[in-house]
Design a binder for this molecule. Structure first.
Ligand code: PHE
Length: 501
């Protein structure tokens, strides 16, 4: 396994790129509001346990699957077993879907960054519903990711991550320090964040922590397989995995320190709630109010804060585009430039209705574009995040735990100079039993919750829309499987060596 011209040049470059994929809107936005809704520190504890029990092992499997094949996810899964290659198709389809909606949110962050000095407070709903502006900002955002991916793994992804990730971290630490120094309300915010309230943590909360850990670490969608394939012997599997998981978790925890004190500060001063901690509201409605309240300093903080969120989002979309591009480049033997531009164009085209639909629904417009009662962004998110990603991650563990077998996997790792030491027996048990079982639980309860959601009184009721979405997602999975067995199983799908310089 010598160094490929299109691989990562250094171990730290790989870790930063993978951390760039992992650190995203999930950490800076999803984590704080889910923590708020599920009993503060109680949720945080469960989350950290999930990272350790599910995240670490799954990530090691994915990086290993990619690395041993030095190829795209389809070829990589094929190398484990010809009949599990369809997982690779899933691992390429999922990021394509995510890229289409994630870029809309990425576009929002660009707009909120550049609009910081004019003031973002109260502009969210009009902006989101504006149509054209959303489309333009989404295009700018995708353009940034495109430039990086086009420049290749070493010259683009690695180089960008090495600059952007430290910048992100510095801004986040600075924002957290600033937020902690606001005085009034800080104590209340910290108490809420750090004092576990287990009475608010329900079964759904625990599942939400599991799903969050998953999504946050970019597992179950090919990113770690693709990035892993660009590494060789020089990278220590266990250490790299530990560092990526640590970075991702640290950023999520720090985001809590940046957001809770600031929002509570605002609430205490105004004797009211700044607005929901809920989903889209927290990032684009509540925080702009908090920033506005801080005057000129607030504008500067707003600029850096949203730039940081934008950086987090763009490094994630870069990984999404890379997974799909890698497959296209290697399977169809086209140049990176061609593959990336066509892909980015398709993503952009799909992101247009997604952005418009979300804006319409947020603005409460009648006749808004929805499918199964959801705006297109949430629809895509549920299909990938709730239904398909756990399937993909489950099988990543199962292929190593049951098809290749931990013995063979550990043997291969040792041959590669990767001795797991005391972790080896733990890994063997986890990858076979513990981790797949936990992931299966996420899948089963996630789908159950989709088809039988709780109504306002907390009773479970049947949702035909939920069933529709579930069928849609599994239908997509079925299409992936068929495509694989008809077109890909018996033809070569290429490796990293097939990318022309
Ligand atoms: N991990 C990213 C986040 O936390 C989201 C993501 C998921 C990015 C899957 C790429 C792939 O926001």
């Amino acid at each position: 396994m010598d160094k490929k011209k299109n691989g990562f040049a250094s171990g730290i470059g790989f870790v930063l790129a993978a951390a760039g994929s992992a650190v995203g809107l999930g950490n800076l936005w999803g984590f704080p509001y889910k923590t708020h809704d599920n009993g503060g520190a109680a949720f945080v504890l469960v989350y950290v346990a999930c990272v350790l029990l599910i995240g670490v092992v799954t990530m090691m499997c994915e990086i290993f699957i990619g690395r041993r094949a030095q190829a795209n996810p389809v070829s990589a899964f094929k190398k484990v077993g010809k009949n599990v290659g369809w997982l690779g198709v899933l691992a390429v389809l999922i990021p394509a879907f995510i890229a289409c909606y994630y870029s809309v949110l990425g576009g929002y962050t660009v707009r909120f960054t550049v609009n910081s000095f004019a003031g973002n407070a109260g502009t969210f709903i009009p902006f989101a519903g504006s149509g054209l502006a959303v489309v333009i900002y989404t295009a700018v955002f995708i353009g940034m990711a495109l430039v990086v991916v086009m420049a290749g793994v070493k010259g683009g992804i690695e180089a960008a991550s090495k600059v952007l990730m430290p910048v992100l971290f510095l801004i986040l630490v600075a924002t957290a320090i600033f937020s902690l120094s606001l005085g009034e309300g800080v104590k209340e915010g910290l108490t809420f964040y750090l004092k576990p309230d287990f009475s608010k943590l329900s079964g759904t909360g625990i599942l939400s922590a599991m799903g969050q850990a998953f999504y946050s670490l970019s597992l179950g969608m090919g990113a770690m397989i693709a990035y892993g394939s660009y590494t060789g012997k020089e990278i220590n599997l266990v250490k790299s995995t530990a560092m990526i998981c640590l970075c991702d978790t640290a950023v999520a925890l720090l985001a809590g320190f940046a957001i809770f004190p600031a929002v509570y500060h605002y609430n205490v001063i105004h004797g009211s709630s700044a607005g929901a901690f809920q989903g889209v509201g927290l990032m684009f409605q509540t925080l702009p109010l908090v920033f506005e309240d801080l005057g000129t300093v607030g504008k500067i903080i707003s600029f850096f804060f949203f730039a940081m969120v934008g950086i987090a989002a763009v490094t994630s979309v870069i990984s999404l585009l890379e997974v799909v591009s890698q497959f296209i480049i290697q399977k169809f033997r086209v140049s990176r430039k061609k593959a990336v531009s066509v892909l980015a164009l398709i993503c952009f085209a799909v992101s247009i209705p997604v952005g418009i639909s979300l804006g319409q629904v947020l603005g409460g417009k009648e006749g808004a574009i929805t499918v199964f009662g959801q705006n297109l962004l949430d629809l895509f998110d549920i299909i990938t995040n709730t239904v398909l990603m756990p399937v993909c991650a489950f099988f990543s563990c199962v292929t190593i735990g049951w098809i290749l077998g931990p013995k063979k996997a550990l043997g291969e790792m040792a041959e590669d100079g990767q001795k797991l030491g005391w972790f080896a027996p733990i890994f063997a048990v986890m990858v076979k039993y513990v981790t797949p079982l936990l992931i299966a639980a996420i899948e089963i309860f996630g789908v159950y919750d989709l088809i039988f959601p709780k109504n306002a009184e907390g009773l479970r009721i049947f949702s035909s829309n939920g069933l529709g979405i579930t069928l849609c997602a599994y239908g997509l999975l079925a299409i992936g499987v068929i495509l694989y067995f008809v077109f890909l199983r018996n033809t070569a799908c290429g490796t990293n060596a097939d990318e022309e310089a």
